[in-house]
Structures are given as structure tokens and as C-alpha cells.
Design a protein around this ligand. Structure first.
Ligand code: FAD
Length: 289
């Protein structure tokens, strides 16, 4: 897909039916030739087996697939065994995260005794076992809620680079300038890690606002007003989500961004429409099909 690169994020399915649905969504999105797709790891490590199975199934369908992994509630030996299991299954891409407290995203996080404490420690652990694994990490254009100041945020990203991270994927955000000025800060600190903006495709705007409050993402008043006009109408909310994400990506493209990570919520419709809208090559390919 010529000028820009897209990746898609999924969450692990909860049942046989949703597994089949996810595979069908992944196959639909495959026509856009994504750089990779990824499957998240449930809070507290609760989806270990489901994430593993989904990653293997999607990879077998011919998509480069990354497995998310967190440090939560597991010893280093347990995490290392999961990493080795992916490696033996031919998976070479991991998204390495610290994760949140099993008691809730807004509760204090305590490292597990004998575990990897932070995302950077997990990156180092993975790279020490399998130097050829490609490891993505998180980044936060509005700072992680536990980073009291920007120096802490940037120092954390530096630690991840020093540990061998290959790229960062960001938390979602609502304004292109939020991302572009974050990248400027990171570059000014001498960090040249590729940073891919995370683009949220959640049409449940009220739910998204609740989550945003917990994870330190500001919802600008003009964005809220746009979505308020569609409140209560599911189709209008989907249309608004599509239009908003497309506009945000166009603004980022104007700022020189070429890689985009779409949070799909395991649905193909909005992700496909957005991909077609932002990528002339994808438009041509699907028109010809
Ligand atoms: P870290 O990068 O380790 O940092 C967390 C906080 O600790 C930061 O404030 C940092 O400054 C601080 N810190 C780091 N190192 C140190 C240190 N040595 N000393 C003191 N403070 C330190 N969650 C899931 O459960 N499953 C997923 O699949 C998942 N996927 C995600 C994908 C992306 C792209 C993103 C952006 C987030 C994802 N999350 C996921 C959420 C993530 O787990 C939470 O945001 C979590 O709170 C932080 O994880 P992290 O890897 O960013 O933490």
C-alpha cells in the first residue's frame, strides 16, 4: 500500500463464534496489505491463551501478527515461557507493555515479585532471549497518568529505546497537534525511535469519554460537540467516528506522518472505510476487486 502504512489492532475473542468473527474481520482487512496487525493481552494477563490462539490463527491466515504482552501478575520465568512459545510458533512481533493493576486501570500498580517491573524491563527480557524479535512499546502524547512530568515520560521512552524497542505505538488522542508536538518533544530529547499514532475507531463515544478520563486522554470540547450531535443514533455515531478518524489522519499526514495504527474494536466496517478514504492505493485495489 504505497505511500502510507496501516496496522490494525484487535482484542482477543471470548468465544468460538467471536473467534470466527475476528478471523473473518482480519481476512477482510488483509486486502489493504497492512504492515502488521496486533492482538491485545487482557488486563491482568487474563487472556493469555486466547491472545495466543488468536495470534496464531491470524498469522496462519497470512498476516504479520504481533502479540501484546504485559508484566502483570506473572514472574519473569512465566513471561519468558510465553515469549518462547510465540517464538517457537513462528511469531516474531511483540508489543511489550507493563499493564495495569488487576484491580483496575485507575488503581495503583505494584510490580509482581520476581516479575518484570516495567515495559522497558520486558523489552530487555525479550531482546535478551530473541534478539531477532521485533518489539513495539507504548508512548503517551498526553503523558502516562503516572508520569508526573514530561521528563519522566521521555526518560521512560529512552529506557525502552536503550532496551532495544523497535517502534512506539501511541495511546489514542483527539487532535493532530497533540501527537505532532509530542513527537517534537521526543526528537528534541534526542530520541529517534519511530512513533506510530494510535487512532481510535470506537463509535461508543460516551464509553470512550469514560475511558479517556481514566487514562489521561483529554476530550476537547469541539470534539465532544461533534459527537453530541450524533448521540443516541448508532449509525450517526459510526459515520461521525469514520469522518473524525479520517480527518485526524489527514491532519497527521499533512504533518508528515506516514504510519497509522487503527484500534479496530474487532469490526471491519469503520476500519475499511477509513483505510479506503486515506489511501488512494487501497481505494483503487478495492474498486478493482
Ligand atoms: P511503562 O512504559 O512501563 O510505564 C508506566 C508508568 O511507569 C509511566 O508513568 C512511566 O513513566 C513509569 N515508569 C516506567 N519505568 C519506570 C521506572 N523504572 N521507575 C519509575 N517509574 C517508571 N494494556 C493491557 O493490559 N493489554 C494490552 O494489550 C495493552 N496494549 C496497549 C497498547 C498500546 C499501544 C498502549 C499505548 C497501551 C496498551 N495497554 C495495554 C495499556 C498499558 O498497559 C497501560 O497504559 C499501562 O498503564 C502502562 O503500560 P506501559 O507499558 O505503557 O508502562
Amino acid at each position: 500500500m504505497s505511500d502510507i502504512n496501516i496496522s490494525y489492532e484487535f482484542f482477543p475473542p471470548k468465544s468460538e463464534v467471536s473467534s470466527r468473527n475476528l478471523l473473518s474481520v482480519a481476512k477482510k482487512l488483509k486486502r489493504f496489505d497492512p504492515a502488521f496487525v496486533s492482538v491485545t493481552y487482557g488486563a491482568g494477563g487474563t487472556t493469555q491463551a486466547r491472545t495466543f490462539d488468536a495470534v496464531k490463527d491470524i498469522a496462519q491466515a497470512g498476516l504479520k501478527t504481533a502479540a501484546h504482552l504485559t508484566c502483570v501478575d506473572a514472574t519473569q520465568a512465566e513471561i519468558d515461557a510465553i515469549v518462547d512459545g510465540y517464538y517457537d510458533a513462528g511469531i516474531r512481533n511483540i508489543v511489550a507493555l507493563r499493564g495495569d493493576s488487576p484491580n483496575g486501570i485507575d488503581k495503583a500498580y505494584t510490580p509482581t515479585p520476581g516479575g518484570y517491573a516495567y515495559g522497558s524491563d520486558l523489552v530487555a527480557g525479550i531482546k535478551s532471549r530473541h534478539a531477532d524479535m521485533d518489539v513495539s512499546v507504548s508512548a503517551y502524547p498526553e503523558r502516562h497518568p503516572e508520569s508526573g512530568h514530561w521528563d519522566a515520560e521521555i526518560d521512560n521512552l529512552k529506557r525502552k529505546v536503550d532496551a532495544g524497542a523497535d517502534r512506539a505505538i501511541t495511546q489514542y488522542f483527539f487532535k493532530a497537534d497533540t501527537f505532532l508536538s509530542f513527537v517534537d518533544k521526543v526528537r528534541a530529547a534526542g530520541v529517534d525511535l519511530p512513533i506510530v499514532p494510535g487512532i481510535m475507531l470506537q463509535p461508543n463515544f460516551e464509553g470512550l469519554c469514560n475511558m479517556s478520563a481514566k487514562c489521561g486522554v483529554a476530550v476537547p470540547p469541539d470534539v465532544r460537540a461533534r459527537f453530541d450531535r450524533a448521540a443516541g443514533d448508532k449509525d450517526a455515531l459510526k459515520d461521525e467516528t469514520t469522518a473524525f478518524a479520517t480527518g485526524l489522519i489527514e491532519d497527521l499526514k499533512a504533518g508528515g506522518v506516514k504510519d497509522f495504527h487503527l484500534y479496530t474494536l474487532n469490526k471491519s466496517a469503520i476500519a475499511s472505510t477509513v483505510t479506503r478514504a486515506i489511501t488512494p492505493a487501497a481505494r483503487r485495489a478495492t474498486q478493482a476487486a
